[in-house]
Design a binder for this molecule. Structure first.
Ligand code: FES
Length: 97
């Protein structure tokens, strides 16, 4: 599994386990949040540039929150998804990295 976070300065390879949000924070990348990862605020949204199929499927609550906030289909709540396919590469970014 390789998760690459695309930032303005360079691409960062993330490692570890857990949610995308947890892996970003573990690598020192800030992730916006006002609900502490409970899937309510939608501020932790990340754009998935590639590898969407390797992520856990969004649950009904995540889909509702994404829809309510008008996010397109290539966006996931980083606090709600994990990489499921360990052989995959996932490329993510945000507007503030
Ligand atoms: S941190 Fe609030 S929805 Fe993910």
């Amino acid at each position: 599994m390789t998760i690459v976070a695309k930032t303005r300065l360079h691409d960062r390879v993330l490692s570890g386990h857990g949610t995308l949000m947890g892996q970003c924070l573990g690598a020192g990348l800030p992730v916006a949040s006002s609900c502490s990862g409970r899937g309510a605020c939608a501020r932790c949204a990340v754009s998935v540039l590639s590898g969407m199929e390797a992520l856990s499927r969004p649950g009904s609550h995540e889909l509702l929150v994404l829809s309510r906030n008008g996010y397109p289909e290539d966006v996931r709540l980083s606090c709600q998804c994990r990489v499921m396919n360990r052989g995959a590469q996932v490329l993510i970014t945000t507007g503030y990295w």
